[in-house]
Design a protein around this ligand. Structure first.
Ligand code: NAP
Length: 492
């Protein structure tokens, strides 16, 4: 008989949306021994790192908020990045977890030794705890394109997630490489400021039209007076999102996806006047195969007099600009690489060592995986938020992380109650999950004939391949049969 543990210590890695969430939820659950390690000097994760012009979240703000911290002050349906950053900072202060963040502390190694997690930091210091919560983010490590001559460009050149605000753009000739959500927001925001804007498109994107009205002072006052109005709005958006999108992605043939495709086609037909430009902007794959781009002003922007769409492939980059395969040189002062992220990194480059010295990097030799996106066999008391095969893309990752952390707390409870000291997914459960996931991935819209960051190196979608309702249901309660629960020091 083992008694309940009251001394559990948690090491949270990352002070972005999910790290802050973890700290708040731990406090609410009565755990007070936790620390958040953050490599940067500010919290906010993706919203700290991405500061490009036009940055906003294309998930409605009243849905892209913590469920327990509605915000009556959101300025727009899709509020800008700086407001979201300020929101996370304010919530972290209000819930008194900001003081638990150790800034400028990068965790380089975590190892499960002697029944607990020992971590090493870049400055040589160490710490230990019973649990690691890896809240390290998904779209985090910029992917730089492998284009010949990139280093030879004489002007300013930076990635969209590393925006150089010292570079003045007014009156400049600016090139943007990429047509993902970042590029579309950048182009729409910059076109009126710069002298010339050239968008280098390798693959066209389907764009779903989305207006972005501001909330009036009266609406905000109503939200303040009646917080339940925000909850009603959130529930309404959540329902529409689940039924009208997240539940149908798994069935490429679903009528809802066909309707989304038709509305993207109509957006292109109705809003791009020049038939030649329209055809160059028309994708050949299904809408939502790549992450759907939402925008109310991209088509306007790309039709401005000073905007140019280049669809000829890039041959190389030279000191004065971008040379395309047709031999043309597109002269530029500034080059923005909106070329996405290395999405298979997850907790890496941090080294994670599980039971018996096994390295996560080796376990992930064929690509990252985790049971229900949370736990890896052989890595007890180590849990990931927004980990491999989480629902990603056009989702509120806050909603996802909240569901995941509620589940993680139930795993923690097994240790707290004394039912075990160490808990992680069993190898059988992991194998079954991966086998089923791979079968299900094949019929998703992401596998309908396009290239995107959703695909692994074998071309199979990596994201949660079932309905969002199933995700919600799986997260409601762990099936303990899927877990290996051990006493400390028990033989393997
Ligand atoms: P992305 O969707 O991965 O797009 C990268 C773009 O760069 C693609 O158009 C890609 O072309 C292009 N590209 C990459 N390498 C290239 C090369 N060598 N030559 C020419 N083009 C190249 O990246 P992202 O726009 O940064 O978005 C990533 C994710 O971040 C999004 O899908 C979304 O989940 C998230 N995001 C969300 C929001 C939001 O509002 N919520 C905003 C921005 C980003 P191909 O298509 O041909 O590969």
């Amino acid at each position: 008989m083992t008694s309940a543990r009251t001394d559990l210590r948690f090491l949270i890695i990352g002070a972005g949306m999910s790290g802050i969430l973890s700290a708040i939820e731990l406090k609410k659950a009565g755990y007070d021994d936790f620390v958040i390690y953050e490599k940067a000097d500010r919290l906010g994760g993706t919203w700290r790192e991405n500061t490009y012009p036009g940055i906003a979240c294309d998930v409605p703000s009243h849905f892209y908020s913590y469920s327990f911290a509605p915000n009556p002050e959101w300025s727009h349906r899709f509020s800008p990045g700086a407001e979201i950053q300020a929101y996370f900072e304010e919530v972290a202060r209000r819930y008194e977890v900001a003081s638990r963040i150790r800034f400028g502390q990068e965790v380089t190694r975590c190892a499960f030794e002697g029944g607990c997690w020992k971590i090493e930091l870049a400055d040589g210091s160490t710490d230990e705890g019973d649990f690691v919560i890896a809240a390290t983010g998904v779209l985090h490590h910029p992917a730089y394109p492998d284009i010949a001559g990139l280093d030879s460009f004489a002007g300013a050149c930076f990635h969209s997630a590393r925006w150089d605000h010292d570079v003045a753009l007014a009156g400049k000739r600016v090139g943007v490489v990429g047509t993902g959500s970042s590029a579309i927001q950048i182009v729409s925001a910059l076109v009126d400021e710069v002298a010339e804007l050239t968008l280098f498109q390798r693959t066209p994107q389907w764009v779903a039209h989305a207006d972005n009205p501001a909330y009036s002072d009266e609406q905000k006052a109503e939200f303040r007076r009646r917080p339940e109005a925000m909850q009603e709005l959130r529930a309404q958006v959540s329902r529409a999102f689940t039924e009208g999108f997240a539940n149908v992605l798994i069935d490429a043939e679903s009528p809802v996806l066909q309707a989304i495709h038709q509305s993207c086609e109509a957006n292109l037909e109705n809003n791009v006047a020049d038939p030649a430009l329209r055809e160059r902007l028309r994708p050949t794959y299904r809408a939502a195969c790549k992450r759907l781009v939402l925008s109310g002003n991209f088509y306007d922007a790309i039709q401005r007099r000073n905007a140019k769409l280049v669809t000829e492939p890039i041959e190389r980059i030279e000191a004065s600009g971008v040379r395309t395969r047709d031999g043309r040189l597109h002269e530029l002062d500034v080059l923005v690489l909106a070329t996405g992220f290395r999405v298979d990194r997850f907790v890496r480059p941090m080294q994670v060592i599980g039971r018996n010295g096994i390295a996560l990097d080796d376990v992930w030799g064929d690509g990252p995986s985790a049971f229900l996106a949370i736990s890896v066999p052989g890595f007890p008391n180590f849990f990931m938020l927004n980990g491999p095969s989480s629902p990603v893309g056009n989702f509120s990752l806050i909603d996802v992380a909240e569901l995941q952390f509620a589940y993680v707390l139930q795993l923690v409870e097994q240790v707290r109650s004394g039912a075990c000291d160490e808990i992680c997914a069993s190898r059988d459960a992991m194998q079954r999950f991966e086998a089923e996931r791979k079968v299900a991935a094949k019929t998703t819209i992401w596998n309908s004939g396009c290239k995107s960051w959703y695909l692994d190196r074998n071309g199979l979608p990596t994201a949660w391949p079932w309905t969002f309702d199933r995700f919600r249901q799986e997260m409601s309660e762990p099936q303990l049969d899927d877990y290996e629960m051990r006493r400390r020091g028990a033989p393997a």
